[in-house]
Design a protein around this ligand. Sequence first.
Ligand SMILES: Cc1cc2nc3c(=O)[nH]c(=O)nc-3n(C[C@H](O)[C@H](O)[C@H](O)COP(=O)(O)O)c2cc1C
Length: 198
Amino acid sequence: MPATAEPLRVAVLVGSTREGRFAPVVTKWLTGHLDQRDDLRADVVDLAETPLPTVFPAFGQQPPPGTEERLALVSPRLAEADAFVLVTPEYNHSFPASLKNAIDWHGEEWHGKPVAFVSYGGLSGGLRAVEQLRVVMAELNATTIRNTVSFHNAWSRFDPDGTCTDPAADTAAKALLDQLAWWGHALRDAKSVRGYVA
Ligand SMILES: Cc1cc2nc3c(=O)[nH]c(=O)nc-3n(C[C@H](O)[C@H](O)[C@H](O)COP(=O)(O)O)c2cc1C
């Protein structure tokens, strides 16, 4: 199989680490969509299961003991990904600190890759978090996908068993993943020919 026909590896980064979080419901719905596709292969990177340190080393210095072991559970998976979906709630009109921390621990892992957003929250559906993430991802040489899926009052959009009750969200998920796949293939192909210049 030529390299360009291989499924894209999609890291689904789950941003909330809050106890009692709603994130698993949204993530399971998303991976259900990903699992239906032959062109995308999901790897769920859940920051609650693989928490990262919040103390950064001084420039040029070794990180505190234990840091590398914890990064080893996350960083290689981000490096191997061809594309990302960030699953983010909205906290105080932005995205959670846990997600920013995970973003900041990494650099080249983001370069030249597409990033899509699935957001949820109260009235705004996490859209303010997404708009701020777009600014951050631009600094990391990533390409953000225009289409989003956002769940306003997210807890009212799913049955108790986790089934999404909003057909528009399923339609939006397909459009989002179609765009992510297009950009993922385009950027992977381009990098295989030209490499990447940051
Ligand atoms: C610290 C905090 C701040 C929040 N701020 C907002 C907000 O600004 N806008 C909003 O729509 N929802 C806000 N919410 C509601 C969350 O988006 C909602 O509870 C969501 O389910 C949180 O995601 P999680 O359960 O996966 O952690 C906030 C929740 C928390 C915990």
